[in-house]
Each structure stands twice: as C-alpha cells, then as structure tokens.
Design a protein around this ligand. Sequence first.
Ligand SMILES: Nc1nc2c(ncn2[C@@H]2O[C@H](COP(=O)(O)OP(=O)(O)OP(=O)(O)O)[C@@H](O)[C@H]2O)c(=O)[nH]1
Length: 336
Amino acid sequence: MADIDTYPSRATLASQDARLPSALTEDEKQVLASTAISRAVLPGQELFQRGDNAQSMYLIDTGEVRLSFEDGLADKLLGPGQYFGELSVFIGHHQRFARAVVETAGVLYEITQDGFEKLLEREPAVVARFMQRSFAYLVAGEHQLVQSLRRRNEDLMQTLDTLRQTRSELSVAQQLVRSDDLTGLSNRRGLYRYLDEISRHPLVGHKLALLLIDIDHFKRINDLSGHLAGDSALRAVAEEVRRQANAMDLPCRLGGDEFALVLRVADEGDLANRALGLIASVRALRLPSLREHRVSVSVGGAFCVDPGGWSSWYSRADAALYEAKRKGGDHWRLAS
Ligand SMILES: Nc1nc2c(ncn2[C@@H]2O[C@H](COP(=O)(O)OP(=O)(O)OP(=O)(O)O)[C@@H](O)[C@H]2O)c(=O)[nH]1
C-alpha cells in the first residue's frame, strides 16, 4: 500500500484516490501479523534511510510513521492498519527510496521475506488477495504519476514556447531599433554596431571599403514631384544599394538622401565596378511617380585602411563624393 522501495510517487497520490485501499482487511492483518516480529517504537526513531537495502515490510499496529521521499514529493504519514515497504517481500532485496521515521510512539510488525514466503505457502488465498490489491494500488499510482508528469511536461513546453516567442520579439525589436523606417536599411546605430563587430574579426584576402552615396538634386525631386514621390525615390535607390551588397556587406541610410555601403572588395578595380554598377542601376530606374524626372547618384569611395576609424574613412569618402558632385553628379570618385 505504501511501498517506498520502488514507488515513491504514491506518497503524493495515495491520499488522492479514495478507491485505493488505505489499510489491511482484518484477516490480512491477522495473517501478516502471525509471522511478524513486533516491536515498540518511539517518536524520531529512524526505521530506515533512502538507499538502505530493503529486507522487510512493516505493518503499523499502533502509532504513526512518516515516509519522506524527497525529490519534491510530499511526505506520507501512515497510521494503524497501514503498511509500507511491501515490495521488499514481493520482489526481494533492493534499495529503499524513502526514509521512514516514527512520528508517534506505537507498535510495528516487521515481516521478513522468509516469513512472507512461509505465509504464501500457508495462506495462499489471503496473501494472493493482499498482493493483488497492492499491485493494483502500485499500478494506479504509477498511472497517476505518468499523467502528472505529462501535465508538467506540457507546462514546461508552453513556458519554452513563450520564451522562444519573447526571444524572437526581442530580436525583431532590436532589428527595428537598428534599421531605417523608410527604407529598411541599417541606420547609423546599426552601422556603428556593424563597425564594432567587424573590428573584432580581421579580414583575410579582402579589403574593407566605404562607398558614400548621395542622390543628385534630390531637393528638386521633392519640389517638383512632391514629398511622397521623393520617398519612393529614396526607397528605390535604397533597393539598388542593397542589391550591390554581398552577404557580409552593410548597406545603410545615413539620413536624408545620403546612403553608405561598407563592403569587402578584392582591389581598386573591384571597388570601381561596384560603384559604377550602382550608378548605372540607379540611372536605369524609371519611377512613374517622378514624371519626367530621372534619378541619379554620386558616389565617393575610400578604403578603410587608416587607423582613424569611421570618422576618418567618412571624411575621405565625403571629400571624394564632393568631387563627384562637382563633376556634375552621376559620377564616382575614389579618395586619394
Ligand atoms: N521625401 C523626402 N525628403 C527628404 C527626406 N529626408 C530629407 N529629405 C529632403 O532631402 C533634401 C536633401 O537636399 P540637399 O541636401 O540640399 O541635397 P540635394 O538637393 O540632393 O543637393 P545635392 O546633394 O547637392 O545634389 C532636402 O530637401 C530634405 O528636405 C525624406 O525622408 N523624404
């Protein structure tokens, strides 16, 4: 009824199920007691510990015994007519799963495996009925335990789902903080973070370069076609900048009509091709909202070699951009 050797789970469950036996019938008690050694016990007396070799079961005549299972399971308090440790006589020696301590003074019957086997020969019907009820109790207890573990597992899975969702919401929020609302490209915050990250990983076989991109006469586009048309031109140029970026490059909008592309290139020729490719693709844009107006960009490039970092790269690329604008726009210049 309360085997503590292999079924600690029942400690929490037994009291919940009224259909299960809570005590021996009178004839079972008499039969079991007939082969037992009786002994008086006192409060606080330890009968056995977890891990002890189990060799006998106990039947409580008077007094109470507390079984402690640990592992987060509730204690079980047994009283007169109840028994525990029965698996030790059903299946033989094994380790106790609970600690048994006398709660209130009384008398216990201790039944050894030898004694139990003799009973089985002498009173097979009574003992068989007792064993059958005990096993039914064990099976029902296990069933309830499995169900409660399943529920607990369900709860854990739900918690895990919530955590996963929170994490993905967090990364979406981080992404939003680092990107420009209008174009979806990185903003300055994203750029600085990117620069910080790449500074920790030295480039092998490539050179880091910066292209600064500025739409030519953008103010005129706004003035002639309206602010919304200006917005769609910004989005279209952003798309072309994005198209020029490889997986490890960073396209971004610095503000207004100014964009930047931090990129890895093999050499100067490679950088020139990327800048010219961008200029050509923007020149080829046909935006219905701009009526007759054509969009073009000027590009200033610089290799990011000097130790001055971003502000130095930026000012060199900006000077080159200024040169390209002075040529009438739709041009690119590399910083000397
Ligand atoms: N539609 C739109 N316009 C913007 C946005 N942000 C800035 N602008 C406008 O962009 C224009 C930028 O003008 P300027 O800096 O004088 O540059 P520009 O007209 O391209 O002149 P150049 O660079 O010398 O060719 C300003 O009129 C800003 O009001 C935006 O998000 N949407």
